[in-house]
Design a protein around this ligand. Structure first.
Ligand code: PMP
Length: 407
């Protein structure tokens, strides 16, 4: 694989080079949050050491530098997802805030009693609860695209669920609980054929393969910095310019206005209309550094590494006696969710922790898809660009230890 050497990559992530509980750390929880390369840590320190000031309003040199860094980060994000225009990039707190923003602005304006919001069975709570809240506020109805026993969307059901009352389709690009990659380009095509806008939750996608919002054709695309090797507290809502232009503001405050009197407020243009208050400046700067890091590695290389490692890990885990994979879609990315015999996932996770292996156990904020698979929780190992076959081998050895304990 040209230009991608996982052992070199690991050296960029200082946190990985440590022992925990007397063992070398094996970090397999990047779907929850990813580790940060030194380049991101350095960018944060440099910003605070050299450039920190508030943006947009200042006339002094530091404010100019901070504004340049913040707006430069917006351009870096635009390039990364191939948006047409920097005005289509709204900085938010993360995926969760991005989806709430769309639900409470686009949703409150365009979705009313009896209208339908279409999501899927495998959404993260971040792409369920804001829509349920909207339904409770407006009397709209939440409809759900089912998944089958592999954890793939039942595409045959989609056309009938896209009705003349459907006002938005909100779908995850990659399921954090199953790893399923949804065919979002095809879903967007079908929804657009009926004039229905599409929001894509890209939280688990942007870290694993190249994303091109123009190619996908979606109206909104949401993701979080912390899952893509950037800081926490920063994320992105991409929105097609014409959609954002037609949306009312989300929160009120500084920077989102053009003028204020006690009688009347004139709102700023997009994207500033949606960025009330002092934004997460260092977060944007750190996110831009993470993107430059990914671009230097090459997202195609990252995707190839992920594919290869997922195939290796799938085979390795299937060799563990009593292990049942939850989510066996033909197109998967980054996530291995499983049950081990009749051992509770929390016990699996606790015993692995003693071996220095970090995985996640629980419902992964995706209770409806757990209900579909009739499990309250799973064990989830998730992969990132710094994981190796040795990490997977350590996990397999750890799972054998778990089995020994419960024999
Ligand atoms: N959607 C998916 C698919 C996720 O995996 C997550 C995070 N687990 C979110 C949304 C929410 O992201 P955040 O907590 O960063 O807002």
């Amino acid at each position: 694989m040209s230009g991608f050497d996982v052992n070199q990559v690991r050296k960029d992530f200082p946190i990985l080079d440590q022992e925990v509980r007397g063992r070398p750390l094996v970090y397999l929880d990047s779907a929850a949050t990813a580790q940060k390369p030194q380049a991101v840590i350095d960018a944060l320190v440099r910003f605070y050491q050299h450039d920190n000031a508030n943006v947009h309003r200042g006339v002094h040199v530091l404010s100019e530098r901070a504004t340049e860094a913040y707006e430069g980060a917006r351009e870096t994000v635009r390039r990364f997802i191939n948006a047409r225009d920097v005005k289509e990039v709204v900085f938010v707190r993360g995926t969760t805030e991005a989806i709430n923003l769309v639900a409470q602005t686009y949703g409150r304006k365009h979705i009313g009693a009896g209208d339908e919001v279409l999501i899927t069975q495998m959404e993260h709570h971040a792409n369920i609860v804001p829509w349920r809240m909207l339904c409770e506020q407006t009397g709209a109805v939440l409809k759900v695209i089912p998944v089958d026993d592999r954890g793939e969307l039942v595409l045959d059901a989609v056309d009938a669920l896209l009705t003349e009352r459907t006002r938005i389709l909100a779908v995850t690009h990659v399921s954090n609980a199953l790893g399923t990659v949804a065919p979002v380009k095809e879903l967007t095509r079908r929804a657009h054929a009926k004039g229905i806008p599409v929001l894509v939750d890209g939280a688990q996608a942007v870290t694993h393969f190249p994303v091109d919002v123009q190619d996908l054709g979606c109206d909104f695309y949401a993701f979080s910095g912390h899952k893509m090797f950037g800081p926490t507290g920063i994320g992105v809502l991409y929105g097609r310019k014409e959609r954002l232009d037609a949306m009312p503001p989300y929160q009120g405050g500084g920077d989102m206005i053009l003028s204020v009197t006690m009688e009347k407020v004139t709102y700023n243009r997009v994207p500033y209309r949606f960025e009330a208050g002092t934004p997460n400046l260092e977060g944007a700067v750190g996110l831009a550094a993470a993107i430059r890091y990914l671009e230097a590695l090459g997202m195609e290389n990252v995707a190839a590494h992920d594919r290869e490692l997922l195939a290796y890990a799938t085979q390795a885990l299937e060799s563990v006696p009593g292990l049942r994979m939850v989510g066996t879609a033909r197109e998967k990315s980054g996530v291995l969710s499983f049950m081990l015999a009749d051992i509770h996932p929390h016990d699996v996770g606790t015993i692995l922790d003693r071996e220095g292996i970090c995985i996640r156990t629980g419902h992964h904020c995706a209770q409806p898809v757990m209900q579909h698979f009739k499990v309250p929780a799973t064990s989830r190992a998730s992969l990132a660009l710094y994981n190796t076959r040795e990490d997977v081998d350590a996990l397999v050895r750890g799972l054998h230890k778990v089995l020994e304990v419960f024999q």
